[in-house]
Design a protein around this ligand. Sequence first.
Ligand code: UTP
Length: 320
Amino acid sequence: MSEHSANLSSTVAATGRPLAVKAVIPAAGLATRFLPATKAVPKELLPVVDRPVLQYIVEEATQAGIGDVLLITGRGKTSMVDHFDRRPDLEARLEEKGDAERLAAVRRPSELAEIYTVRQPEQLGLGHAVGYAESHVGDQPFAVLLGDEFVKLSEPLLPAMLELQARTGGVVLAFFEVDPADTKRYGIASVEPAESELTDIGEVVKVTGMVEKPKPEDAPSNLAVLGRYVLPGKIFDAIRRTKPGSGGEIQLTDAMELLRTEGTPVHAIVYRGTRYDTGMPLGYLQTVVQIAAERDDLGAEFRSWLAEFVKADAAGGSGT
Ligand code: UTP
């Protein structure tokens, strides 16, 4: 038994509450910040080096012990599901060629988790999308992983969130610190210290409220909401009772806020690890560069090219 699964079992024994075993990945959004690339290709399938963003996200769930993943998809997004299917024709060709490495890479997505899908017929907001998970998830706690964001696999966040949710039974969020001047780009939380302890990956705080995209002078903190949530099953009832909010959309934040005001505890982990945001061109480019630079197979060559490029750029050349 791994150290992580040993911790998980002791948590279940200590609280009597089960850990979330299912994940939901809402990926039905229109991805307007990445147009025109995302007109025909879902942003979740944009490659980071040689794997689509969505594979990193499913790997993050799998690493946390989750083997059941529900993708919320929409029009033009069915290719996302194909990535997690087998490709016997391709596999046969690679087998013939004796290319064991690529064969393993092609098979890997289909071996990660059980993938299920449901369609959100109209893009009426993140809360609305999560609502479509109800018949798959039932009344058990579950994780939500947004389809355009992931964390470094060697600095895992989700296991600590799952354990915290099993302890509190409430809503568990994750925050990251932003430059105070940038608060208007994010959902920002007001918090107070939690009596509880530190996790391996960051401090635990109690959430007292959330504001969408406040101006720096109105922001209650510099803690921004990261796209990972662990939610109790009662969120579905709260979503049903949530009216359209900001942008006319049914917001998950509003449904969580409804639960909080009715007494459900809301905690968060202030994540100290590395977060990648692939939802818009700049964050996507930064992600590709960081991950490429760390790859065993091409990192060294890429880093030396990059260093040359930056040097030439600083000296006024194009570097290419
Ligand atoms: P975003 O706010 O990033 O929206 O949604 P988006 O459509 O993906 O991208 P932009 O802002 O237009 O560029 C956060 C997450 O919620 C999902 C998205 O797919 C994304 O993973 N989502 C959002 C849905 O599944 N359905 C919706 O109706 C809205």
